[in-house]
Design a protein. Structure first.
Lengths: 116, 136
């Protein structure tokens, strides 16, 4: 899986490309752990180019979410393909994660949270 | 394995959403076999047999572990914040039939069956047709 990270207004925006499974989920966790070390705690994952996700990939996202919470940060997801969204719904993870239709909507929510 | 699966699906003109679902369920069964069945032991093998017949896809995934059937039998639904434990639920949701059988060597054979969805009338599959656990 390819991972491209940029930063905007203190939020690490990560664009994932490829499969999110056991191996790539571990890569993603390692990358986020590295960013924690750089004092980052706000993460947005754009899943537009995620062509496949399985329960191991979901497990990695749950692990990341728990770490983000421990760091008193925030994790948002966006741009899920319909079959990815379906898997989140089947596993009820759609209730656990903050999921937005678009990256723009997700980033706006950070601005709204900052002003309140 | 996934490359071989994709090739098989291409050769048999399996389209979405069945394609994605089949890749998912086989991936789940394979991961379970690897981690829970064979306990990531490089000396143990996982066999995967796949075929298609009259619009239905079949996959058998066989590990060389021990006691896997009891573990499946005693499985509880995943805690929402659990980092694992969703694979079997996903298999049951998407498959028309799932069977867990004990092999002669005390490993587990997972038999998956999923019907191809017609491209025009593709709908979200609502729960599996059923699943069973069999001891030999």
């Amino acid at each position: 899986m390819e991972l491209k990270t940029t930063e905007k207004a203190g939020i690490c925006i990560m664009i994932l490309n490829g499969r999110l499974d056991l191996a790539s989920g571990t890569e993603l966790k390692d990358e986020i752990k590295k960013l924690f070390g750089e004092n980052k705690s706000m993460f947005h994952l754009n899943l537009n180019d995620v062509e496949f996700i399985n329960s191991s990939g979901l497990g990695s996202l749950v692990s990341i979410m728990k770490e983000v919470r421990l760091h008193k940060g925030r994790l948002t997801l966006s741009n899920m393909a319909s079959y990815v969204k379906e898997i989140f719904e089947i596993t009820q993870l759609s209730h656990i994660f903050e999921i937005f239709d678009t990256e723009e909507d997700a980033l706006k929510s950070y601005q709204s949270a900052a002003t309140h | 394995m996934m490359v071989d699966l994709c090739r098989f699906l291409d050769q048999n003109n399996v389209e979405q959403p069945t394609r994605q679902r089949f890749l998912l369920i086989v991936s789940e069964a394979f991961t379970n076999a690897l981690i829970h069945g064979n306990e990531i032991n490089p000396d143990k093998r996982i066999k995967v047999h796949i075929h298609i017949n009259s619009g239905t896809l079949f996959a058998d995934i066989i590990d060389e572990g021990l006691g896997g059937l009891n573990r499946i039998r005693n499985k509880r639904s995943a805690d929402p914040l659990a980092e694992s434990g969703r694979g079997i639920d996903l298999m049951i949701h998407y498959c028309d039939k799932v069977q867990f059988k004990e092999t002669r060597n005390n490993g587990v054979k997972v038999k998956l069956r999923i019907r191809q969805e017609d491209k025009v009338s593709a709908q979200i599959a609502k729960g599996g047709g059923g699943y069973g656990i069999e001891d030999n």
